[in-house]
Design a protein around this ligand. Sequence first.
Ligand SMILES: [Zn+2]
Ligand SMILES: [Zn+2]
Length: 195
Amino acid sequence: MAISCTKCSRQYDVMLFQFGRTVNCACGERVWLEHRLNLPLDSEIRFFADVNVASVVRWLRAIGLDTVWEDAIPDDDLVRRGAEERRFVLTLDKRILEEFRTDHVFLLSTNEPIEQFAEIIRRFTIQQPTELFKRCLVCNTILRETKVGQIAEQAPPSIREIHTKFQFCPTCSKVYWEGSHTQRMREAIEKVFSE
Ligand SMILES: [Zn+2]
Ligand SMILES: [Zn+2]
C-alpha cells in the first residue's frame, strides 16, 4: 500500500508511517497517516515520560500511575515504545507532535512539575486514589511492606526507632517510610485534586 502526497502525488510506502511518523515530501509538504491507538482513559492508564519532563514522573508514581522514564531516549523510540506498550507519551517537545501524528502523545504546556502533574490529572480525568506511595518513585516497581529488621542498613537508627512500617522496593532496594518528605508530597497532591 502506498500513501500519496496531497500536493505533488509522490508516493510513499505505508511502512514509513509506523507509530504515527510523518514524512517530509521532496515538494516540502508533510505527509502522514492518522495514527489512532484509542488508549483507555481509566484506571489502566499508563505513561511514558520524555526526558524533558523527568520531574513529573515521581508525582505520577506517587499516586500509583505506571510511568516509565528513560534517560536519553530518542524521539523515535519514545513514540514507538509508547505505542507498543500502550502508554501515553508525555513531552514538552512540540517537534514530536510535528514528526508524529498520533493521538497517544500529550504535549505539556508548563515547565513546573506540580503544574504538569495537575495538567495530566485534568486532561486524563484521573481520580484521587485512596492510598498513596504504592509504587517506587525511583523505578516504578510496586512496593512491598517490610519490617524494620529487614531494612536495618537502609534506614538510619533515628528513623528505625520511631517507625514500624516500611515499604521496600524489590527492584532497586529503596526503602520508604512516612516522614516530612512524604507528608509534603501528600499535601501537594491533596491540593492538586481539590482544585
Ligand atoms: Zn509532495
Ligand atoms: Zn525502586
